[in-house]
Ligand binder design. Structure first.
Ligand SMILES: C[S@@+](CC[C@H](N)C(=O)[O-])C[C@H]1O[C@@H](n2cnc3c(N)ncnc32)[C@H](O)[C@@H]1O
Length: 233
């Protein structure tokens, strides 16, 4: 069983892997993940406001947001982020507030800084996914959403066997193949103020999912605590 502390990927391996991917990333992963990215951007835009993209990579999805969204991007890989900076400059994306080299697990933003935190194809590449989701929840404003597009591992069958077999090679490339949906659901169930809003299968072959978590607004938290108080009386 996966636990909160299983660091089966390490940051050095991931950083090295993405330094190698940076020059060809858009070519290899541009089209294949396009529908997932568009779905994530559409979900983020329904909330709008100030959006943090974690693992922004080459900034491939930044031009898809409407200009009314204020965008911040972070990534652990400097070579990937350099590509994002070039894209922002070339396209004159004036709604991008900034791009920073930063570890998703230790974000240098204050609590409640963002209306939406987006992470596309990132959670299965970080060493401590649950600690990373905790960080997303911390920087999220009450009433905001975490929007992920992420790989979800098969629970059974041939795909499960293949994913298990391919796991060591995938780690060297910078990601996990095995990652159950139960892990996301369990995190939401155990995290104060957060709840699972949606899971939607995404291409290629439905091996990925759009996953949305909502953070209770102050009002609903107050309602909930009011109810608890009334129940206690
Ligand atoms: C598969 S790429 C996804 C890039 C982009 N989001 C996209 O849609 O194509 C994963 C990205 O996550 C970044 N990443 C991996 N671990 C990270 C961490 N701990 N903190 C921040 N970024 C990380 C990688 O450097 C890489 O740019």
């Amino acid at each position: 069983m996966n636990t909160l502390s299983d660091a089966d990927l390490d940051k050095q391996t991931v950083t090295k892997a993405y330094a190698r991917w940076a020059p060809v990333y858009d070519l290899v992963f541009g089209a294949v993940f396009e529908r997932g990215r568009h779905a994530a951007v559409a979900a983020a835009e329904r909330i709008g406001g100030r959006v943090l993209e974690v693992g922004v990579g080459t900034g491939i999805s930044l031009p898809s947001y409407s200009k009314s969204c204020r965008l911040c991007g972070v990534d652990i890989s400097e070579p990937m982020l350099r590509k994002a900076q070039e894209r922002v400059a070339e396209l004159g994306l004036s709604n991008v507030e900034g791009l920073w080299v930063m570890d998703a697990e230790h974000l240098s933003f204050s609590d409640h800084s963002f209306d939406v935190v987006v992470a596309q194809y990132v959670i299965t590449t970080v060493p401590n996914p649950e600690a990373t989701l905790d960080e997303f929840a911390r920087v999220l404003k009450p009433g905001g959403e975490i929007v992920l597009v992420s790989r979800v591992g098969a629970e059974t069958g041939l795909r499960r066997t293949l994913e298990h077999w391919f796991a060591p090679a995938a780690r060297k490339l910078g990601w996990r193949t095995e990652f159950s949906f139960e892990r996301y659901a369990r995190w939401a169930g155990q995290t104060c103020d957060m709840r699972l809003l949606e899971r939607r299968a995404m291409p290629p072959l439905g091996h990925f999912s759009l996953i949305r978590f909502g953070k209770e607004s102050d009002a609903s938290s107050a309602d909930a605590s009011g109810l608890q108080m009334r129940a206690a009386i």
